[in-house]
Design a protein around this ligand. Structure first.
Ligand SMILES: Cc1ncc(C[n+]2csc(CCOP(=O)(O)OP(=O)(O)O)c2C)c(N)n1
Ligand code: SF4
Ligand SMILES: [Mg+2]
Length: 351
């Protein structure tokens, strides 16, 4: 048996959201990951974010590659569409689905091996093209599913479970996403649900290429002294650059922020993000400044978490390609076959 189904019965008094669903309606199957795996906390944060935003589960498409991280879409949003693709190929399948039907919310779930090793090219092109998606990497620095080899995000000098140091320089997916043109870039830690949930909500509302790298420790193969992806290491070196709150389009109550402490950023996909800067020199709308800040913290051995960059006026691939608002399978014959006169006009324009 590869999964366990959860009981369908709900207690009648469970709290319901604006579309009438309880949190249980956003859950998936019982996880088969190792007890304590960071990936399960990410799944719980996705459930919470989708429930709070009152997203109808049938409006979501979850896509993933291969790995323990890529198994997680089975453990949340059980009533949503899902496609477990090939190792490293999730971004191109997601791009195709997204272009065919812009009415769904696309959640791409991946691992550091899936996105920074075999899938690095796919990751890069999805970011630079501005695919409208929420792309989450559950980053543990190893290939968990194949028993703990270093992945491309492992820090140079960090050691494997058997004490062997990694000789290679790490790929920083956050820095790459910013450089390549992603318009919402964040990093979080699976041990910090209070930070993860609003970051995921902000990414969902963003309406462009949103990327979140979540440090998600592998308790079985990469949680020892010498690892820079262990729970202890990340807790000790986590430097939050910002805290965000996310408000849906009709917030009931909004507390007034103290002057200079917060900025409100309306999102192209709806809603408003209120961002509290924890570091006075971190301006999340300044891509170059955000990259400098990220690098400076990295040089000090710190891991910058929070919303690192956001472009509030983001444009996505639908805008660039002028795709139709209707899903392709709902375009009727009049649109698809405009007739001989239109074809003649087109041919004449090309002569
Ligand atoms: C084409 C191909 N190459 C290699 C593999 C073997 N493989 C399966 S999962 C994986 C790495 C997964 O690592 P990551 O994406 O970091 O996920 P994690 O298990 O750490 O969450 C590899 C190399 C495969 N399934 N397919
Ligand atoms: S092997 Fe690691 S990544 Fe995979 S489920 Fe276990 S703890 Fe999680
Ligand atoms: Mg991994």
């Amino acid at each position: 048996m590869t999964y366990l189904a959860k009981p369908r019965l709900h207690h009648p008094s469970l709290e319901r959201n604006a579309v009438g669903y309880t949190r249980r309606d956003y859950e998936g199957k019982v996880s088969t990951l190792c007890a304590g795996c960071g990936h399960d906390s990410v799944s719980a944060a996705i459930v919470q974010a989708a429930w709070e935003l009152a997203i109808e589960p049938h409006r979501v498409a979850k896509l993933s590659g291969i790995g323990c991280s890529s198994k997680t879409p089975d453990y949340f949003l059980g009533a949503s569409h899902g496609f477990n693709t090939v190792h490293g190929r999730m971004p191109s399948v997601l791009t195709g689905a997204c272009l065919a039907n812009r009415e769904l919310l696309y959640l791409g779930l991946s691992g550091d091996g899936d996105s920074a090793s075999i899938g690095l090219g796919q990751f890069a092109h999805a970011m630079r093209r501005g695919v409208r998606m929420v792309y989450i990497v559950e980053n543990n620095g190893v290939y968990g599913l194949t028993k703990g080899q270093f992945s491309a995000t492992a820090d140079r000098g960090s050691t494997s479970k058997k004490g062997v140091p990694n000789p290679d320089a790490p790929v920083d997916l956050v820095a790459m996403a910013m450089q390549l043109g992603a318009t919402y870039v964040a990093r979080s830690f699976s041990g910090d649900k209070a930070q993860m949930v609003p970051l995921i909500k902000g990414a969902i509302a963003h309406g462009g290429a949103a990327f979140i790298d979540i440090i998600s420790p592998c308790v079985t193969f990469n949680n020892h002294a010498g690892s820079t992806r262990s729970y202890d290491y990340v807790r000790e070196h986590n430097e939050a650059v910002s805290r965000i709150d996310f408000f849906d389009p009709a917030p009931a109550v909004q507390a007034e922020p103290a002057p200079g402490e917060a900025i409100d950023l309306p999102q192209p996909g709806g809603g408003t993000m209120r961002l509290r800067r924890l570091h006075a020199d971190h301006d999340p709308t300044d891509r170059v400044g955000a990259m400098n800040h990220l690098m400076a913290l990295h040089e000090q051995g710190e891991i910058a978490t929070g919303l690192l960059f956001v472009d509030p006026a983001a444009r996505d691939l639908h805008h660039a390609l002028r795709t139709p608002a209707l899903p392709l399978n709902r375009l009727d014959e009049a649109v698809l076959c405009p007739g001989a006169a239109a074809l003649a006009r087109l041919n004449a324009a090309l002569r």
